[in-house]
Ligand binder design. Structure first.
Ligand code: SAM
Length: 188
């Protein structure tokens, strides 16, 4: 696990919140997800992606997680005031995406917003931990489940690893010159 430095923490809890939810709304209008879905967000930061998902889909169960307990507390506060009249009551967990404490096939959707590069000590340059994160996402996703991810655009290694793990790109959206969101569907 790699702690965020204070600047990253400030950025995640202020700047991201202003711009990132609208990118996810764009993906959510295109993604076709099943009813009554079991949702897991990893590296959730403040949890606003889960708030958007609950608005957009029929989320029956939600787990909002981040390895940093401070972020889990921030997500708990944020979602406490931002779920409107929705009935879902998320669980919150301090969890490392490299070692997810969930049974196989527990979720229909796993979402990761700007997380994959953060599991590497060398951020965008390293690629030692990402394959383990992807294996864990694959393991906890049910057959036919979706991995939704907002990534930096040129991360071909992520796409290749997901493809080798049996995922296909069902939908892809370019947002800025350097950001792209994906819906990867598990195949067989
Ligand atoms: C750039 S922030 C993104 C936060 C939020 N998803 C967003 O879109 O604003 C990356 C997040 O991943 C979390 N993180 C980093 N490494 C992690 C790991 N190994 N397991 C789970 N979460 C991790 C950090 O604590 C941080 O909240």
């Amino acid at each position: 696990m790699v702690e965020m430095n204070p600047l990253e923490r400030l950025w995640v809890n202020s700047v991201n919140e202003r711009y990132v939810p609208s990118l996810w709304r764009g993906l959510f209008t295109e993604a076709e997800l099943q009813e009554e879905l079991r949702w897991l967000e990893v590296g959730a930061g403040k949890g606003y992606v889960t708030a958007e998902a609950v608005d957009a889909f029929d989320v029956e169960e939600a787990v909002v997680s981040d390895y940093d307990p401070g972020q889990v507390a921030a997500a708990r506060r944020y979602l406490g005031g931002n779920l409107g009249n929705h009935e879902v009551s998320p669980e919150f967990a301090s969890v490392d995406v490299l070692e997810l404490p969930f049974e196989d096939s527990s979720f229909d959707v796993v979402a990761a917003s700007l997380v994959l590069h953060f599991v590497e000590p060398r951020r965008l340059r390293g690629f030692e931990h990402v394959p383990y994160a992807i294996e864990e996402v694959d393991r906890v996703l049910d057959d036919d489940g979706c991995f939704l991810s907002l990534n930096f655009t040129r991360n071909t290694r992520v796409r290749r690893t997901l493809r080798n793990q049996g995922f296909r790109v069902e939908y892809q959206q370019r947002h800025l010159p350097f950001l792209e969101s994906y819906c990867y569907r598990k195949t067989g």
